[in-house]
Design a protein around this ligand. Sequence first.
Ligand code: FES
Length: 192
Amino acid sequence: MVNTLGLGLGLLLALVAVALHFTKGTEWRPADDISQEVLERRAETVPETDFPEPMNRSIGGGGGAVAVGAGTEGELEGEEGEEEEEGFDPDAIPEDEIEYYDVEYVNEGATIEVANNETLLDAGEDEGWDLPYSCRQGQCLSCGGKIVEGDPEDVVHSTNETLSDDEVEKGYVLTCTAHPKADISIETNETP
Ligand code: FES
């Protein structure tokens, strides 16, 4: 009798164990890695700028944003390179390479010699003429003049932050930063 009860209980326990074995439990799964997604979303909130700030970007940007920063830097380097090519530094002209050109100032009714390391404004002022100017750095339009005989390429600006390519093509110059490269006639007090 005891043996039959024990056997029955044993059998029941074995069946329960087998049933538990095949029952699907709550399995543990690792959470998806969303860190990259979060970093990219944060990088999108960093505003675009024209100047390099890789450290600033890397705070919220992670790897992707640093790559963007590196690209921006590359573009800036390219722009700087272009500026260097176009830049004209009159002070860098050696003494034995200074050349003089005849520049007619139509409104003043005189033709004077202007050196290629001298600005059209300085040369005119040396004559005692009261020519218009303001910043003397190519940043406004007060000193504007126009080539009336000659080509736009007959002058070179050390700095021109005002005139567009189109206006330069039409012969406009900033006399405060324009240097002659050939004989020309100009009208002072002329702006686009
Ligand atoms: S004085 Fe300002 S651009 Fe010449």
